[in-house]
Design a protein around this ligand. Structure first.
Ligand code: NAD
Length: 462
């Protein structure tokens, strides 16, 4: 797609207030593929103003009509699926097939789910002698990361629109082309001017201006825990609603009774998909001591099979950071059984699928979010030990439990301090709430829980 040199504000592409631009780089070959404008506070002001102007009419639009607009948006995403996949591949580096099925496919599912929810959600209910109304919070400032560029946008914009809120989006610096494509889709879907606005730009400039803007009623942020803490503090100071989807260090707990080959195979695939750049990735594999050696062998084989099939990391900084973590793992005494810190290709930000054995729970590679294709296999002695290790990080975003039967896995999962757990390889459900315990975040996305984040309640007594 051709990059726009302006911002999408008030239903049109407007010239940016400043002259600086951001270069978009293809991480597979390190070539600059486009430039987009680097927004400044004036751009954010104009976008918030447009969203504020559009809010009363959109909030008063009957839910069935909002639903119809979101369904139209879903249809445009379907019609432009190939272009979306190609754009994500060009700026994120994901293999094209993964871009088609996941990066383009999942947002279609999520947009569709909100078209249905907008039409069916109970925006008012009778409680005794009261009527309780669920009303839109107002103008939403949405700040998104690059790792699932379209999904992260749709997971915020679709429920916000379903609720009757209007939105200003500041997407990640690395993947602005997907965001521009989304703005085109919003326009094509006939969503009224000002209901959705896009300002591209740097996080500490445009992102911060949006998070601090007095005209923004709710900040919804997905990204690193470090920036999330800052945004949470800013929002708290202004008594503003805030939703934070932050980092993770999820555990894949393989109980002794599990189908080991399946649990290890799916576990490795879970991390290697998107080159490990998934906040909910199961980067710690917990295996009982009786099956540890077998699991290590299976994991090394599974990772080696990925070989060349994984895409690069998103940028040079992540490339250096992830390889630094691999070196740190070696220095801490973990045993490399697949991959390593050497760049497997001369060009592009590639890292080999990497597996560490003999990882102990306190090592940095077992505690910190690496955000690359790196799995740490940790040994446990009994279930109590497994639970302590699984819960022993500051994060609590996701996880997996494997056992011979679901009931055994569920009993363990219920004791995990984490927001979402896949039982014996459970499938992705776009209606299930997603979000973190502990420092993985505040609030939930997806489904009815995700919609309720954008609503506030008013009760009338009779
Ligand atoms: P990041 O926090 O650096 O950036 C995320 C977004 O915030 C970007 O749009 C960025 O421009 C913006 N930003 C940066 N500094 C800002 C500031 N001072 N004020 C306002 N906005 C600012 O994170 P990243 O490197 O883009 O993404 C990787 C991280 O995001 C990982 O830690 C990952 O776990 C996390 N993540 C979490 C989820 C989730 O759902 N929990 C999903 C994806 C990514």
């Amino acid at each position: 797609m051709k990059a726009h040199d302006g911002m999408y504000i008030g239903g049109e592409w407007r010239g940016a207030a400043g002259t600086d631009t951001i270069a978009v780089v293809n991480p597979a070959d390190e070539q600059v593929i486009a430039h987009v404008p680097a927004g400044i506070a004036e751009d954010v002001d104009a976008a918030v103003f447009a969203a504020h102007e559009a809010f009363p009419a959109w909030a008063a639009t009957p839910p069935a009509e909002r639903a119809a607009r979101i369904a139209a948006l879903r249809d445009v995403l379907v019609a432009r699926k190939d272009e979306i996949a190609e754009t994500v591949t060009a700026e994120l580096g994901a293999p094209l097939q993964f871009s088609q099925t996941v990066h383009a496919g999942v947002p279609i599912l999520v947009a569709g789910s909100y078209a249905e929810l907008a039409a069916s959600y109970a925006f008012e209910e009778k409680v005794g002698n009261s009527i309780v109304y669920a009303e839109p919070v107002g103008v939403v400032g949405a700040i998104t990361p690059w790792n699932y560029p379209l999904h992260q946008i749709v997971a915020k914009v679709a429920p916000a629109l379903a609720a009757g809120c209007t939105v200003v989006l500041k997407p990640a610096e690395d993947t602005p082309l997907t965001a521009q494509l989304f703005a085109e889709a919003v326009h094509e879907a006939g969503i009224p001017a000002g209901v959705f606005n896009l300002v591209t730009g740097l996080g500490p400039v445009a992102g911060q201006a949006l998070a601090e803007h007095p005209g923004v009623d709710l900040v919804s942020f997905t990204g690193s825990t470090a920036v999330g803490k800052q945004i949470g503090a800013t929002a708290g100071g202004a008594v503003k609603r805030v939703a934070l989807e932050l980092g993770g260090k999820s555990a894949n707990v393989i109980l002794p009774s599990a189908d080991l080959a399946k649990a290890v195979g799916v576990g490795i695939a879970n991390v290697m998909g998107n080159s490990g750049q998934t906040c909910s990735a199961w980067t710690r594999m917990l295996v009982h001591t009786s099956r540890y050696d077998e699991a290590v062998e299976l994991a090394a084989e599974a990772a080696a099979k990925y070989g060349d099939r994984i895409g690069p990391l998103v940028n040079a900084k992540q490339h250096t950071r992830v390889r630094g973590y691999i070196e740190k793992g070696v220095a801490e005494g973990a045993r490399l059984v697949a991959g390593g810190p050497e760049a497997p290709r001369e060009q592009g930000y590639f890292v080999s699928p990497t597996v560490f054995a003999d990882v102990t729970p306190e090592m940095a590679i077992a505690q910190e979010e690496i955000f690359g294709p790196v799995v740490s296999i940790i040994r446990y002695e009994d279930e109590g030990d497994a639970l302590r290790i699984a819960n022993g990080t500051v994060y609590g975003l996701a996880g997996a439990v494997w056992a011979a039967d679901d009931a055994e896995a569920v009993a363990f999962a219920r004791r995990m301090d984490t927001g979402q757990v896949d039982i014996n390889g459970g499938r992705f459900n776009p209606l299930a709430p997603f979000g973190g315990y502990k420092q993985s975040g505040v609030g939930r996305e997806l489904g009815a829980h995700g919609l309720s984040e954008y609503l506030q309640t008013k009760s009338l007594q009779f």
